[in-house]
Every structure is written in structure tokens, then in C-alpha cells.
Design a binder for this molecule. Sequence first.
Ligand code: UD1
Length: 435
Amino acid sequence: MNMNKIIIHGERPLTGKITVSGAKNSIVALMPASILADEPVVLEGVPDILDVHALINILQIMGAKIHFAKGVLTIDPRGVKSIPMPSGKINSLRASYYFMGALLGKFGKAVVGLPGGCNLGPRPIDLHIKGFEALGADVFGDEDVMRLRTKATGLVASRVFMDMVSVGATINIMLAAVKAKGTTVIENAAREPEIIDVATLLNNMGAKVYGVGTNEIRIDGVNELHGTRHFIIPDRIEAGTYLAIAAAVGKGVTVNNVLYEHLESYISKLEEMGVQMTIREDSITVHPGRDLKMVNVKTYPYPGFATDLQQPITPLLLKAYGRGELIDTIYERRIGHISELKRMGANIKIAGNRIVMASSNELVGTEVVASDLRAGASLIVAGLMAKGVTTIHNVEFILRGYDRIIEKLTNLGADIALVDTNSISMEKVKIEERG
Ligand code: UD1
């Protein structure tokens, strides 16, 4: 059993600057995308998170040479082979499914274990499969492994209509289509900034991807992709988490490396609540709080309010005056934080597909469990607000996606510590990779 935990002594006033790292949801796609190149790819601004280390491990097993130090990750894909990647190797993170598109695009075949990652209820991959099949691949799935293979003609471009807006399926189809013969069109494509980031990398490798950021993406297939350098966009979810913390317990906190245009819907919600901010080109200062007003939140695909920020903003909402509702239209079962917040004294309940909140008395620290990545982030926000000591278990979820979160929050004056009784420290993993 894993014994790592995060211990927070709450109610400390936070001040100073905190810098956002490269986007988790970009890097988990950029790394598989890099194997499409015939030469080394250098990724800069790479966050030091467990998902990155898991992907490094998978890439090394496939035959890639990796160097990772100080946020710069070099992937030399020249030795990569399309070896079967069963679920045991891959099920720790959901984004491993990008190897389906990347291996199919590169080799015309792939055997990839079905994805793990955060448990947010059913997370089907039917749209990914529909896309691969439209490009001419045969896809066979059994319990936990997908087998994909192209016919003798290789991948052939096609028109793919997404029944639902899906980040993962849009990226996966893009990865497979960049080397397909002809012009692929993805309709009803997702528009998240991370999709633009992946397309920018692919285009810098010599791909011809047009229209990303709109709901129709066109891809002219090319024969070869070359090496390149790419700087990853800032993590808008990490930024949103720190903005929530700054609004909840800040006495003047500046969040650096934030792109306002990636967070417009979120920031307008904070403004609606009465959070006072100064917004600059790549930083936002949150001023010490006045009384906050409760608001309703409904999540939507980008540019709507991100489902990934629903959980981190919940404790802040509990601080606001009045009653409010939160509806997650993307993941209805994204509610793992609710029971834990309740145990901390929150006035919150689930009613059908709605999370109903009313201003809480002070939250009180206790033992809580992170059920997934963003639920974990939510508990960190709550722990920093709460009276007394909050102990968070299952913290691997948090370390999957938040780069050096303990260090960053400590620098702001938080009393937060990672107690690593299991000694599976990331340091050890890092030394092995560099060595
Ligand atoms: C990505 C993000 C995740 C975020 C989510 C929604 C990564 C690594 N993860 O996940 O942090 O919460 O977008 O913004 O980038 N769906 C189907 N069939 C499919 C695929 C998806 O029905 O084949 C449904 C899902 O169940 C969900 C909705 O479509 O209700 C959106 O999911 P999707 O955008 O695909 O999420 P992910 O790419 O898995």
C-alpha cells in the first residue's frame, strides 16, 4: 500500500509569486507525437510530473533514447519499434492512448493496452476508434488491449465527424492522419489550446495541419516528419488552481506564466464572484479578498468553463455568500471531492446531476482521500483554507499532474509537506533516467 501523504496546516496567509509550468494535457500528447519524427525532438518547459516519467518509461521500452533535465526533454525516436504495449505497461495513465494514433501513423500498426488515468466514471474511446477506422485501419479490441492495423494501402485520408467534442479523439486522429495519403477533415473537432500545441509541434516537424482552434481541422498527409524544438504552452488548469488558492487564502499573490485567453471563462467566473485581479500579458495578480458572492458553474468544452477546474474551484465557492450549483456536463460523475469536502464541514450535496452548495462555516482539517487528480487539487485548496491539519492520502494522483506543487506553495508561505513514507521518490526515478 502506498503511504505517501500531504499534510497541510491551514489558514496561513499566502503572498508572493508562483509560476505555472508546461501543460500536462499537452505534454502527454506531445511525447507520443514525437515518435512520428525521423529525428530527435526537443521539448522545452516540460513539467516534472509522474505522467511524464511514466511516458518516458514507455518510450524507452519502445526503443527511444531519452534525456530529461531542467525541463528539457529530448526524445530520439530513431530506435522506436511498434512492439506490443500491453495494459500492464500503460494503464497508469489515460493519455497512453495517444500511442494508438502515433504508432498507427508511424508504422501502420499498434498493440496498445487500454488506458487508465483518473477515474471519472465511464470514459469510452469509441470516437477514437471511429476515426482510425475512417482512415482505413482495422481495430480489434478485447478486454484490455486494442490491436490496430492498416490494410495494404496504408492509412488513407477521410472525413471524420465527431459525434461528441473530444479532446483525446481529435488529437489521436490528428496523430494518425499526418502521414495518411490525402486530406483528412475532422469535423466537430475539439478546440482546446492543447490541441493547437500538438498541431504546432506536428507542423514544426513538417506536417500540414490547418484550422486547429476551430471546429474543422484539415490535415494534408506528408511522407516524412523531421526533428524540431518546441516550447510547451502553460498549464491553464494549474494556473486556474493557483488562482483559486490565491483568491481563497492569498494576501496578494501573482501567478506568472498564465495566458489569459486560455482562461477567459474561468476568470470571468472569478470576477463574477468578486475576486479582485490585475490581469497582465502573462501574469495575473489576485488582490486580498473582500466578501465573495456565490455563482453557478456549468462545465463545457473549450472555450467554456473547463471540467478540470470544476473541482479546484469548489472550495473557493464554499467561501462565498449564498447558494449555488455546479453542473459538470462533460463528466457527470466527477464528484470524488464532494464526500471529502463534506467531511471537512462543507455545506455541499449531490442532487441528481447537480452539486448544490451553500456558504459553509469554516472548513476544518481532517483525513481525506484524493480520488483523482483534480479532486486531489480541490483538497489542497480546501486544506489551505481549513482550520487545523488536513492530511491527504492517495497523493500520487496529485503528483501525476502538478509540477513541484509542494515547493511552489511553500514559497508562497503555505505550511504543506509531502510525507514520503514509502520512499518511491521521484528523485530515484529521475536519477535512473539520467544515468
Ligand atoms: C481530456 C483531458 C481531461 C479533460 C477532458 C475534458 C487529457 C489527457 N485529458 O480528456 O483532463 O477533463 O479532456 O476536457 O487531455 N467521449 C466519448 N467517446 C470517446 C471519447 C470521449 O463518448 O471516444 C466522451 C467522454 O466520456 C466525455 C467527453 O466525450 O464525456 C469528453 O471527453 P474527452 O474530451 O475525450 O476527454 P479526454 O480526452 O479523455
